[in-house]
Design a protein around this ligand. Structure first.
Ligand SMILES: C[S@@+](CC[C@H](N)C(=O)[O-])C[C@H]1O[C@@H](n2cnc3c(N)ncnc32)[C@H](O)[C@@H]1O
Length: 234
């Protein structure tokens, strides 16, 4: 497996107690749930689901959830969380309302048939992927025509930029943070990831949201300044 997977496993998800993690869903995702419901969205991929705080919220909101993450430690936590939510009402005659996959987002075509998802949400993930174009192409392939992507991209005003940009530089506004990659993109760079022949951009706006302390890395509350993209597959 890749160094990215190893670094996420050994750093971010090194505590295997779910109680160590804050499970509050990301506010910009919560804000978009009424929109998804109004559009009849049912099958949602949480791309880079981590310990599952957003998967769990979306499950509560009655979506059918697919969670994918390259970190096996994260997926174990996520599985435990999702299981705890479903167990009381588990009807084994019904198909499961969630499915988790230990895969890289670059390989989503190994999991999903083309045109099979209504929406992809990806929270604080593409900021950590250098070749976001490749991953967004996978989102495009897996989405139905008219399906949605909601994803955030940290920009250089992010509170972490000040100290992460002092570390090892690996590209234009891209750095290593204890083995994981962090890329800061401006609005033009985010826009260029969603070419007009493939995507209709519905919203591309700056968002600020506070992240709880992550026990294994950045163990302090921090504020993200990102561009949140809501785009529809043409
Ligand atoms: C900052 S965490 C965010 C987790 C979750 N989305 C949340 O909001 O709590 C980034 C996640 O992306 C995952 N990740 C990073 N690169 C990945 C890749 N290429 N494929 C799949 N998952 C990846 C990491 O394992 C980690 O769980």
């Amino acid at each position: 497996m890749t160094t990215i997977k190893n670094a996420w496993d050994t750093k971010h998800y090194r505590f295997n107690d779910l109680g160590a993690y804050d499970l509050t869903p990301a506010s910009f995702l919560v804000d978009k749930v009424p929109f998804f419901k109004s559009k009849g969205v049912k099958r949602v991929l949480d791309a880079g689901c981590g310990q599952g705080r957003n998967c769990a919220y979306l499950l509560d909101q009655e979506f059918q959830i697919y969670g994918v993450d390259s970190s096996s430690s994260a997926l174990l936590l996520c599985e435990r969380l999702m299981d705890s939510k479903c167990r009381p009402s588990r009807d084994l005659s019904q198909p499961s309302r969630y499915h988790l996959y230990n895969y890289r987002l670059e390989e989503l075509d190994h999991i999903f048939a083309p045109d099979s998802l209504d929406a992809v949400v990806s929270v604080t993930v593409l900021t950590h992927i250098l070749d976001a174009e490749k991953v967004i192409h996978q989102f495009y392939r897996a989405l139905k025509v008219g399906g949605y992507v909601l994803a955030d991209f940290a920009n250089p005003k992010d509170s972490t930029y000040r100290y992460i940009s002092k570390g090892e530089r690996i590209g234009n506004n891209a750095f290593l943070e204890e083995g994981t990659t962090v890329v800061y993109r401006n609005k033009r760079e985010v826009k260029s990831l969603f070419p007009r022949d493939k995507w209709e951009i519905l919203e591309l706006s700056p968002v600020k949201f506070t992240e709880p302390p992550h026990p294994g890395s950045r163990p302090f509350e921090h504020e993200h300044c990102s561009y949140a993209m809501l785009a529809r597959k043409k």
